[in-house]
Design a protein around this ligand. Structure first.
Ligand code: IVH
Length: 677
């Protein structure tokens, strides 16, 4: 294909794909099958790869993501990103309305009422119809440049349609629709990641992902709610003269503008809108936490002005969390995979915020004690902007004076072992790590998870099958399974294992013997030892024998390993069952030693303290690099420190200390020279 032909075909494909995307995401209409769509996209990706000069930043292929940001560049907002005055009180909305009317002194005007989206605010800059920058709110003056992630959000147009000003900014909220949020959290749990607490946190976390291809998978939604122009843009006599007109215009340009916006003439209209959405909000596919009321005529905004923090021409009404009282039926206890025992209140089913609520967590022993729960109590349950109902108190007016208090259990509800509590923790846990079924299964699940040993063909159902068949009682047993023990397991379940499945499982187990020691250590599931902690321990001790022989003091010497973790590691290896487990794993061929990845001895005998942000390395990488060249990376500056390795935005405290002790400062470029790169 010639360059000209490619150019023409790219233009055709871009137009088609843009149109299909638009119809799909804006109008919920599929014009082609997924298969056809994927084929067109593939063709475009291939063409852009073959002719890189024809790959535009507005191409629909950019939605797939792939750009990686180590840190996000800070940029100053052209127009400060103000927040809104907000209130939970209708009386204050009435005050706002009458104050505004008084200030405008007879000038005719209207209001717009719209939803207050519960997500993350961003600002999008468009020049000549193309998205050039997306920035978070930050502190209102300076935010993070998250353009590559925002490009992957299907409802953010990369190229505008129809008429648009040459240069302007659109603001709106990135929200995580409930359905996509729950699907993502289920996936996270299956992969052994901590689920997000609520859609807002999840949206915020997604926008800060380093790899935009990951962000593309998150199915975020952008809701536009504001448009602003630099001085000199013609406004009066155009649709931009009203806020309502601006949002209509935004829709024409290709933005997703939620249809729930109303022009209101007085306080009665406003009240009606608020009451309506207070009840109706639970039927929306995404979260809102209130309603925003703005003066519609934009020329009046200047007349009304702004206070230090927020404009006088707008206000937010925030919904109160909905609350109900419902009788407690029983308290049951769940044993988690780490052994934490969580009390759960089972309640008379009650309708709350659009769903039937039957159960809610009582969090832990302290929370239960604070509630001073009694039998037959009625609980006050609340649902705010989030999906999960929360117990906020006991309805004391309903308490039966004869009722007995309910106490937190003292023994594990599954295995009967007396519960223990670590100092400073709010909850109790079952210490029977290796014999209590939920913990054992939890251990196995954690061990096989992607970030640990990555034995993907063993999901939780199959692990349960292996347990029920008496084949696996601990993680080492996995390495002694035979093909014929597996075939035919669980014939009547979806997790059943046939010949092919057995082979896949055994191959994955075999492959896991190559997993590096630091991940093996993480996979063991020692309390408080996460991915980072495992890495640091391995870097310090090098092999399992040194680690098993370490004293608590020695363990606590490792950077970021506190006393509590040191104790947990020590206790783990003090248990003879765990020592047996380790030898069986070792015999099976599982890695128990850090690979020696020393590249040179150039930094032998030198100790570095690292501070700030680097261009070529993450903080972890630069420390790893120091060690690969024989140096040591220390935590705090002392007279023994050879160099302070300083990146951008280094901590002022470190700088001062280095100067005080006369420790020389090394830049990243100088460091690269030092290691001969
Ligand atoms: S208008 C200058 N409209 O609520 C006025 N804000 O403090 C610009 N928000 O951080 C804001 N939905 O992120 C506006 N329909 C809506 C909104 C909305 C949510 C957020 C916004 C801001 C906060 C208000």
């Amino acid at each position: 294909m010639t360059h000209t032909q490619a150019q023409q075909r790219i233009a055709e494909l871009t137009e088609l794909i843009d149109r299909y995307n638009y119809e799909y995401y804006m109008n919920d209409r599929s014009l082609v099958s997924d298969f056809e769509f994927d084929a067109l996209l593939r063709e475009l990706i291939d063409l852009e790869q073959a002719f890189p000069d024809l790959s535009l930043p507005t191409s629909p292929t950019r939605r797939v993501g792939g750009e990686v940001n180590k840190t996000f560049r800070q940029v100053e907002h052209r127009f400060p990103m103000l927040s809104l005055g907000n209130t939970y009180s209708i009386a204050e909305i009435e005050d706002f309305e009458s104050r505004t009317r008084k200030l405008l002194d007879g000038t005719p005007f209207t209001y717009t009422c719209e939803l207050k989206y519960d997500g993350v605010a961003i600002g999008l800059t468009y020049r000549h119809g193309e998205l050039v920058q997306a920035v978070t709110r930050g502190n209102g003056m300076v935010g993070d440049d998250i353009t590559s992630n925002v490009r992957t959000i299907p409802t953010v147009p990369l190229r505008l349609k129809g008429d648009y000003p040459d240069d302007f900014e659109v603001r709106g909220e990135v929200v995580y629709p409930f359905e996509a949020f729950e699907a993502m959290n289920r996936l996270r749990e299956a992969e052994g990641d901590e689920p997000f607490a609520n859609p807002r946190n999840a949206a915020s976390g997604s926008l800060k992902l380093q790899n935009s291809a990951e962000c593309a998978k998150r199915r975020l939604l952008f809701c536009a709610y504001f448009m602003m122009f630099p001085d000199g843009t013609p406004i009066m006599g155009t649709p931009f003269a009203t806020h309502f007109g601006r949002l209509e215009a935004a829709k024409e340009m290709g933005f997703k503008v939620q249809p729930y916006i109303k022009e209101c003439k007085d306080i009665n209209d406003i009240r009606f809108f608020i009451d309506f959405w207070d009840k109706e909000r639970w039927n929306l596919p995404f979260g809102i936490d209130g309603v925003v009321i703005k003066v519609n005529q934009t020329d009046l905004w200047d007349r009304l002005g702004t206070t230090a923090k927020s404009p006088r021409w707008a206000i937010a009404y925030k919904f109160k969390a909905e609350q109900v009282s419902t009788p407690l039926l029983s308290v049951t206890y769940q044993v988690g995979r780490t052994g934490i025992v969580t009390p759960v209140a089972n309640m008379q089913p009650v309708w709350l915020g659009g769903t039937m609520v039957r159960r809610a967590t009582l969090n832990n022993a302290d929370f239960m004690a604070k509630l001073d729960l009694h039998e037959d109590d009625s609980l006050l349950v609340e649902k705010g902007g989030e999906i999960i109902p929360k117990i906020v108190g006991v309805d004391l007016s309903q308490r039966n004076p004869q009722a007995q208090p309910i106490n937190y259990v003292s023994a594990c509800p599954v295995c009967g072992t007396p519960l223990v509590r670590s100092e400073g923790e709010a909850g109790f846990y079952c210490p029977n790590q290796d014999g209590c079924l939920p913990q054992l299964l939890g251990h196995l699940e954690h061990f096989v998870s992607r970030k640990a040993m990555n034995i993907e063909s063993l999901g939780c159902e199959r692990l349960r099958l292996l347990y029920d068949a008496g084949l696996v009682r601990n993680v080492a047993d996995l390495y002694y399974l035979h093909r014929n023990q597996l075939i035919g397991l669980g014939t009547d379940t979806t997790a059943s294992i046939q010949e092919k499945g057995a082979e896949n499982i055994l191959r994955a187990i075999e492959d896991s013997k190559q997993v590096p020691f630091e991940r093996v250590l993480f996979a063991l599931g020692i309390r408080y030892v996460g991915e980072v902690g495992a890495k640091k321990l391995v870097r310090y001790f090098g092999n399992i024998d040194a680690l098993m022989d370490a004293t608590v003091m020695e363990l606590a010497m490792v950077e970021d390993v506190g006393e509590v973790t040191a104790m947990a590691v020590y206790d783990y290896f003090a248990n003879p069952d765990h020592r047996t487990l380790i030898s069986r794993l070792r015999e099976a061929g599982v890695q128990m030693q850090a690979v020696d990845n020393r590249v040179s001895n150039r930094l032998e005998g030198m100790t570095f303290v690292v501070s700030g942000v680097f261009d070529h390395f993450s903080r972890e990488e630069i420390k790893a690099s120091i060690e690969q060249h024989g140096g040591k990376a220390g935590g705090s500056i002392s007279s023994k420190t050879t160099y302070l390795l300083a990146g951008a935005k280094m901590g002022p405290e470190k700088l001062r200390k280095a100067q005080q002790l006369g420790v020389p400062i090394l830049t990243e470029a100088e460091y690269l020279q030092l290691i001969g790169q």
